[in-house]
Design a protein around this ligand. Structure first.
Ligand code: ZN
Length: 130
């Protein structure tokens, strides 16, 4: 079964730790398997990275902003968010995480994060375990 998790983002760009939204779905499924976390959006992404220092999320957004400047893309003529699409394409829409005994096998410092690149919006995160 594929679960839908709705996340309301706050800023134009934002990195949100969504591990606590996913863990109960995997726990309920139990056993061993693979969990897919996927955003069906063209200007958001899923990444796995460190949770302990919130500056890592901000650094990621700064690095993407430096790499992909705003306002110089063909798509900006249509809806003015060309940079957000490029950043989302670089990061990718999903991650796959193995689990065992109903627990995600994330590293000690890893979390699953939703990256908002053209918010604020309500985002749907699709989670499939098993
Ligand atoms: Zn667009």
């Amino acid at each position: 079964m594929t679960h839908e998790v709705l996340i309301r983002t706050q800023g134009k760009t934002q990195v949100l730790d969504i591990t606590e939204e996913i863990a109960p779905i995997v726990q309920k499924q139990g056993g061993e398997g693979v969990c897919c976390v996927y955003v069906p959006h063209a200007t958001a992404a899923i990444v796995i990275n460190e949770n302990a220092d919130p500056n890592i999320g901000l650094d990621l957004l700064d690095a993407l902003a430096a790499l992909v400047p705003e306002g110089k893309w063909r798509h900006d003529r249509i809806d003015d968010n060309g940079a957000a699409h490029i950043k989302a394409a670089i990061l990718g829409p999903g991650e796959t995480i193995p689990y065992r005994d109903g627990r995600l096998l994330l590293g000690r410092w890893q979390s699953v994060m939703l990256v908002e690149l053209d918010g604020p919006r309500e985002r749907t995160v699709l989670v499939r375990a098993g």
